[in-house]
Structures are given as C-alpha cells and as structure tokens.
Design a protein around this ligand. Structure first.
Ligand code: FAD
Length: 462
C-alpha cells in the first residue's frame, strides 16, 4: 500500500480537480465516516470528486491499480456499502449542487446531493422532487434503489420522476441515459442500484408541494395495537391522494405535546402529511378520532422543508443500526398478530417498525417500465429497524429484527423486498426482489460492467 501511496496518489491528485485523501491526512477520518456507526472502514484512498471527469479519472485509476471501489453518496446504506477497507472510496459529497428551472419544472441534482439540498433549492419555487423522509439521506442511493416518501402516493417513486441521468460507467465513459439515449441503461439505473456506474447528475421532474403542508402525529398505547392497526388498514387506502399516512410502531418521544406519563412508552403512531387544504386534513383527523380516539395527538401546518427534517434527529448519524424489510399484500389479521407480538420484544427504545403503504401514483407506472424491486400492485413495505445508541446493544436487537422478519414471512408477499431496505443481501434475496427483471439486469450488468467494478451495492453479478 505504501508503494501505491507513493506511486499512485500523486497521479490521482494530478488527474482530479477534487481532493485526494490518504490515511492520516486532515479530513480523512471525517470523509470515511458512515451514517451507520456499525461500519468503520479504512479506505487506502478517498477521492473527493467534483466533476464527472473527476469520477471518470478516479474509476480508471481504481481499475488500473486493482483497487476495490466504493461509491459514497449520502452514506446511509445500512450495510456500509459506500466505504471499503484498503480500497478506493469515490466520495460524491462535494457534487451536491442543485439547479432548478421553475418554468420547465426540472431540477438537475448532483450525484452526491442530500435530500435537504434538493428541498432547499426547489422549495423557494413551491416545487419538490418526490423523495425520502429524512433530509440527510443521499439522493444517489435512495433514487437508484427507488425512493419512497411523502409524495409517492401523489407523484410516484423518485425513479418515476427521473428524466435523465449522467453516468460514468466501469470503463470511465461519461454517458447520458434517458428514454431516447442508452434506454437500456436508463431502465437499469431506475431501481437497479449503483450496479451500472456512478451517477454524477440526475435530472428530475418537479411537482408543486408546499411551501406549507399539514402535519399530524397521533399515538396509541401498546394495548391498543391490534385495534389501531385494523383501523389503519381500513383508513389508509380510503384517504385522498393528497394525504399520505405512515404507520410507525415506536416509543413516544419526550416532546412537549406528549403527556409525561407516555414519554418513552412504546406504542403505535400514524404520521400524517397532507398536501391538500387544511379542511381536507381536519376532516381526515376527525375521521380517525371517531374511529379510535388516540392517547396523544399533535397537529399543525408546517413548512414542507420542516416536515422533511422533523425525523432527522430520530435518525441521527452515529448509531448502530440494522434492518430487514419485506412486502405485505395487506395488514392481514395474521400480520397484525405478529407485529403486536414482536413490538414489545425490542430492547432498544430507539428501534422502530415502519409500515409504508404503496398505492396511488405508484400503481400508475408500468411494472416493466423501470427495474424497481417490487411489483406495482398495492402493498405495504414493512421495515423493522434496529437503532442502538451503543454497539453492545446491537446483537440482541439484530436478533429481534431477524426473528420478527421470520415470523412475518408466512404473511409476506413473496420473499422479495425493496432493495434499499435490506442490510444483508444475498443473491437469492435479490433474485426474489427483482423477480422477472433479474435476468435482464444481469444481461445489462454484463454489457456495462462485465468485471463487476461496481459491486459494493445490492450486487447483481455479471
Ligand atoms: P450510500 O451509502 O452513499 O449509497 C448507497 C448505495 O448506493 C451504495 O451502494 C453506493 O455505492 C450507491 N450510490 C450512492 N450514490 C450513488 C451514485 N450517485 N451513483 C452510483 N451509486 C451510488 N429510503 C426511501 O426510499 N425512503 C426514505 O424515506 C428513506 N429514509 C431513510 C432514512 C435513513 C435514516 C436511512 C439510513 C435510510 C433511508 N432510506 C430511505 C433508505 C435509503 O434509500 C438507502 O439507505 C440508500 O441506499 C441511501 O443512499 P445514500 O446515497 O445516502 O447512501
């Protein structure tokens, strides 16, 4: 490695407009840090790229020197895929620029931007990219896997709103992929993850959202779980598309609106975001109160950017995390029984179970139109997520996630999952997740990355 450091890093430094960091240099430890503190990896070299040409030079350098390559977007992959021991980390975090054309309703977003960068640039025009719910997540990994958030019900997944990408492939070529150019590659990057190259820019279609939206969180106790989930099962699909509801099984926060006797107590919440009128939102809340009065509630209009940041702290950097998701066709009585049996068994107060309902605009995109790892039929995406403030807590909590997942399997929609919600991946699981699309993805992997240069991801082997 010393030899490489002496011979190679200068070559890389000369080739890049960005920064090259080796072990021991200022900034190296910050740059190698990942969101999931469970992964502590030490790359031989970090290339903090600024342009597509930098990315191309870094990829060529890594391949020429036989270095394993990791691509870092927002660094939120559960598995720590975006770093690598003794290899080359291509760090996209400086490529976070966002330019907005409000007339054409388009945004060009750097491959290393965070969701917060996009919201900050688009919201002054009252526009938004449908993306995820935590502002420090990377646009790159989130979009390449699919991207679901508050606007999915109204406007589809993030990939359903990508117009084109600029991408650096394994041989260092800089390509544009869109419906009218490299259409096969364009299909593959919309759901196929980072397998096909490094996306240096996404072009997104924008939609009106905010600046003010309606927010509410309603909370029920542990003993009301089954009743609440049965109520949610009827309620959620009946809501207008302007209203998106996520079911969260979690401990009540010690927030001012939560009476002290409920602080930190586990239970069941509906988090509700309304993009329509305040009256429509109030009507939805009234309906819920009539169906099953909550123990605690908090409702207020809020800027869209604030909603996007509201859960940032609950999902902060530096914790030890693990997840394993699956799809459910519905919240069947059997699935509800499993959820209510397993929730009280979690050992970390920060761990959560999220139930994300996919319908509305999600269903209007043809299943074959993208490589997304999930059929376009109505379904719930379920994520039991272990979140531990201390590393020694993770073993028990990981076992909890796995046993929870095992117990859900008889009620699951196949063995597949949303690939962005899997900490461990094996080929069988990926095959099950992509279904009929898997063979086509393998074929395209052979075409664009035959040597599997980009394998630190939900890897499709060529
Ligand atoms: P990284 O770890 O940097 O990247 C993830 C993978 O994508 C790696 O394999 C990396 O190499 C690759 N990659 C990243 N950028 C690029 C690029 N530009 N070109 C090529 N490859 C790239 N998902 C949702 O759909 N909705 C949510 O609301 C949501 N919320 C989340 C909240 C938290 C706190 C976390 C941890 C995850 C969340 N996710 C959500 C899942 C998220 O989509 C995935 O973890 C995703 O991989 C994160 O992307 P990233 O760029 O931050 O991560």
């Amino acid at each position: 490695m010393t030899q490489l450091a002496e011979a190679g890093f200068d070559e890389l430094r000369t080739a890049l407009t960005g920064t090259v960091l080796g072990p021991g240099e200022d900034g190296y430890d910050d740059a190698r840090r990942l969101w999931n503190a469970q992964h502590d990896r030490r790359p031989a070299v970090i290339a903090q790229v600024r342009t597509a040409e930098d990315v191309s030079a870094a990829v060529r350098f890594g391949v020429a020197h036989g270095l394993e390559i990791a691509v870092r977007g927002g660094s939120h992959s559960m598995s720590g895929a975006s770093s690598v021991d003794d290899g080359l980390m291509i760090d996209l975090s400086l490529m976070n620029q966002v330019t907005v054309d409000p007339e054409a309703r388009r945004a060009r977003v750097g491959g290393g931007a965070l969701l917060g960068d996009v919201d900050a640039a688009t919201q002054p025009y009252g526009l938004a990219v449908p993306a995820g719910m935590i502002s420090h997540t990377g646009v790159g990994g989130l979009t390449l896997g699919g991207g679901m958030g508050w606007l999915t019900r109204k406007h589809g997944l993030s990939i359903d709103n990508v117009e084109s990408v600029q991408i650096v492939t394994a041989d260092g070529s800089i390509l544009r992929a869109a419906e009218d150019e490299n259409a096969d590659l364009f299909w593959a990057v919309r759901g196929g993850g980072g397998n096909f190259g490094v996306v240096t820019e996404f072009e997104f279609r924008l939609h009106e959202a905010g600046p003010l939206v309606q927010y509410a969180m309603l909370f029920w106790g542990l003993d009301q779980g089954a009743e609440m989930l049965r109520m949610a099962r009827e309620l959620i699909p009946s809501m207008p598309r302007d209203i998106n509801i996520v079911t969260a099984c979690l401990n009540a926060p010690p927030a001012p609106f939560v009476p002290e006797e409920h602080h930190f107590k586990p239970g069941y919440a509906l988090v509700i975001v309304g993009f329509g009128s305040p009256e429509q939102h109030a009507e939805a809340l009234d309906k819920i109160r009539r169906l099953l009065p909550p123990l605690v509630e908090f409702a207020t209009p809020m800027p869209y950017v604030a909603v996007q940041q509201l859960l940032d702290e609950a999902n902060a950097w530096g914790r030890h995390n693990y997840d394993k998701g699956c799809y459910l066709e519905d919240l069947s009585d059997g699935a509800i029984e499993v959820i209510t049996e397993y929730l009280p068994r979690k050992t970390s107060p920060l761990s959560v179970v999220l139930l994300y309902h996919l319908d509305g605009a999600y269903l209007e995109v043809d299943d074959d139109a993208t490589a997304f790892s999930g059929g376009r039929t109505e379904r719930y995406m379920v994520f039991p997520i272990a979140v531990c403030p201390a590393p020694e807590m993770l073993e028990a909590e990981r076992a909890w996630v796995r046993s929870f997942w095992d117990a859900l399997q008889p009620h699951a929609l196949g063995r597949g999952a949303y690939v962005n919600g899997l900490a461990d991946v094996d080929e069988d699981r990926l095959r099950a997740s992509y279904g009929d699309k898997y063979d086509r993805l393998v074929e395209l992997k052979r075409k664009y990355d035959p040597d599997n240069v980009f394998h630190r991801n939900q890897n499709i082997k060529p």
